[in-house]
Design a protein. Structure first.
Length: 254
């Protein structure tokens, strides 16, 4: 009999955005593995143990958690946002796939959560109201050439795109290059949403036209959402603008 392994997300940062199911997993687990800022969001009991590690140690973290679960311990792997979106659920599955047979028998539960693009979309209106995709601009785990190809393809397909990991000290130029690529296909008036720290006290929502969008407006706490040609901005007197993408798409004229 193995222990249980829960993979949870804490949401975009506001404690109210962590799901009840994730809170139940926290109550049930004894040991917690995660990146320092995410694991520190949890209010753990004295009998619960934190095993915090750096941001680029996902696979090692997953392997350590699986070893403890295989030993009979109830374990929780902690992500921000939703654990299945650019987060720890994939690392855990990767470790199981490559690991010993006993890890395949671990009682695994991936708990769905709230990812950053959903929180940003809710704060600004409904930019994800039609077809959309999410792309990470980090080229740590995939070649930049692939990212450029995907950006061109999704813009040509008319998808709204949410950009994760848009900019950092180690990757200062990728977001600016992404805007250049998207401008090749999309109208200059296409809305761009810089959604920083959605739901937290330091939240900042900014809407700019793609033709004027500046990469410097983003940091690693920002999810950038680029609309499709159909995405609209509604101005409201005395209130923030609403951004939405219509549910319908008119058939092109022949």
């Amino acid at each position: 009999m193995t222990g249980r392994l829960f993979v949870i997300g804490t949401g975009p940062g506001n404690p109210d955005q962590m799901t009840p199911e994730a809170r139940q997993a926290v109550e049930a687990a004894r040991e917690f593995f995660g990146y320092f800022p995410y694991i520190d969001r949890l209010n753990l009991r004295p009998d619960q143990i934190k095993v915090a590690s750096d941001n680029r140690e996902e696979l090692n973290r997953a392997e350590a958690a699986l070893k403890r679960a295989a030993d009979g311990i109830d374990v929780c792997v902690v992500s921000g946002g939703d654990p299945g979106v650019f987060a720890m659920a994939a690392a855990v599955c990767e470790a199981i796939d490559a690991g010993p047979d006993e890890w395949k028998t671990v009682d695994l539960t991936v708990v769905p959560g709230v990812t950053a693009m959903l929180a940003v979309a809710a704060r600004i209106g409904a930019p994800l109201g039609h077809d959309f995709c999410a792309i990470s601009l980090s080229d740590n785990l995939k070649p930049w050439e692939i990212i450029e190809k995907r950006l061109r393809m999704v813009s040509e397909a008319g998808l709204v795109v949410a950009l994760y990991n848009p900019i950092s000290k180690a990757r200062p130029w990728q977001l600016g290059r992404a805007f250049e690529i998207l401008r090749e296909t999309l109208p200059a008036t296409t809305p761009v949403i810089f959604g920083r720290a959605a739901g937290r006290p330091d939240e900042r929502m900014l809407v700019m036209a793609l033709g004027e969008a500046e990469a410097e407006r983003a940091d690693m706490a920002t999810c950038v959402v680029i609309g499709s040609p159909e995405t609209r901005v509604i101005s409201r007197p005395g209130l923030p603008d609403l951004v939405y993408t219509p549910r319908f798409l008119e058939e092109p004229t022949r």
